[in-house]
Design a protein around this ligand. Structure first.
Ligand code: ZN
Length: 80
């Protein structure tokens, strides 16, 4: 028979007081809660476009024409 609720949990007495663990600060730098706006400056790191490699914009907002780097690979894939 499956347990359907908390009331059906078996009562356990471990023999000592169950104390919830204290929330301790985790090691390392705390995570930044929110993403900074452009105008805030932030880390000063610019986005680097993965498409054209230019700084200041992302691949999503890239307006540069895509670099064709098909020099070292064939245009037609080999048949499987
Ligand atoms: Zn770009």
């Amino acid at each position: 028979m499956p347990i359907r609720g908390r009331s059906q949990w078996p009562k356990v007495n471990p023999g000592f007081d169950m104390i919830p663990p204290k929330l301790t600060k985790s090691a390392g730098r705390p995570r930044t809660r929110r993403i900074r706006n452009y105008t805030e400056g932030g880390t000063g790191r610019k986005h680097k476009c993965k498409r054209c490699g230019a700084l200041g914009h992302l691949r999503k907002t890239c307006k540069e024409p895509e670099i064709e780097s098909d020099a070292d690979r064939d245009a037609t894939p080999p048949p499987r």
